[in-house]
Design a protein around this ligand. Structure first.
Ligand SMILES: *Cc1c(COP(=O)(O)O)cnc(C)c1O
Length: 230
């Protein structure tokens, strides 16, 4: 299958999972894949792309400057020395898990640009190896980030625990939905649940995901190369 066909296939699956309500945004996660692959999926109609590794993404934004309506979603951890580039080039950051990162992004967002759209990353299963704020601290972080001038808190993001059963996925995604309700009840106009990947997209959408982040089902299996962090 060509990349364009895989993209159309996944887009149809997402639309089917969303059902009549619709409105689930498909973000094509292109990490480790070359800029030409992004071009192929763009040509098939996709505009939203997700990237994890800031240096790799930087190079792709340079190669793809001729695609002005591309929407870049940063979905990886951002080290302090990389916040400036993210503030200058990203449309969305799904992985705000610390106030410090948010403060730097807000301070470095160029004033002529619209506010950076951000999600609070929640470590929903409280895993030692994962980034993100603990579920019980998510609301407090959202309230702090919402005070920053150049960021707009749009919602919450998570990566479910690997190898979860369907029931375990429903528990984690259900907690995310409840946390978003708490954020909304606290007065933040947040409307996004960024959850669901190639392996758990259907259950995520069933549980209220508004944005799904799909990589391998579109681009194929990733080859991280020697020594590169997953
Ligand atoms: C890699 C990645 C994805 C996409 O994962 P697939 O299983 O390839 O669909 C989604 N979200 C995050 C945060 C990722 O790092």
């Amino acid at each position: 299958m060509s990349l364009a066909d895989s993209y159309r296939h996944v887009a149809a699956e997402v639309a089917q999972a969303a059902g009549e309500a619709g409105g689930v945004k498909l973000i094509a996660v292109s990490k480790t894949f070359p800029a030409e692959d992004i071009r192929a999926v763009y040509a098939a109609g996709c505009r939203d792309f997700g990237e994890n590794y800031i240096q790799e993404w930087y190079d792709k934004t340079e190669t793809l400057v001729d695609l002005p309506d591309i929407v870049w979603h940063v979905i990886g951890d951002i080290q302090s020395n990389k916040t400036k580039f993210v503030a200058e080039r990203a449309h969305w950051v799904h992985t705000v898990g610390r106030l410090k990162t948010a403060q730097r992004l807000s301070a470095q967002r160029p004033p002529q640009m619209p506010p950076l759209q951000v999600c609070i990353e929640v470590n929903i299963a409280d895993e030692a190896a994962k980034h993100g704020v603990k579920p019980e601290a998510a609301l407090a972080l959202a309230l702090e980030v919402a005070k920053l001038p150049n960021l707009e808190v749009r919602g919450l993001m998570c990566v479910a625990k690997a190898d979860s059963s369907d029931d375990e996925l429903r528990t984690q995604f259900g907690m995310m939905r409840q946390l978003l309700a708490d954020v909304q009840a606290a007065g933040i106009a947040a409307d996004v649940l960024s959850m669901g990947m190639s392996g758990d997209m259907r259950i995520a959408v069933e549980c209220g995901a508004t944005h799904v982040r799909i990589g391998s089902a579109i681009f194929g299996k990733r080859d991280y190369g020697a020594g590169k962090a997953v």
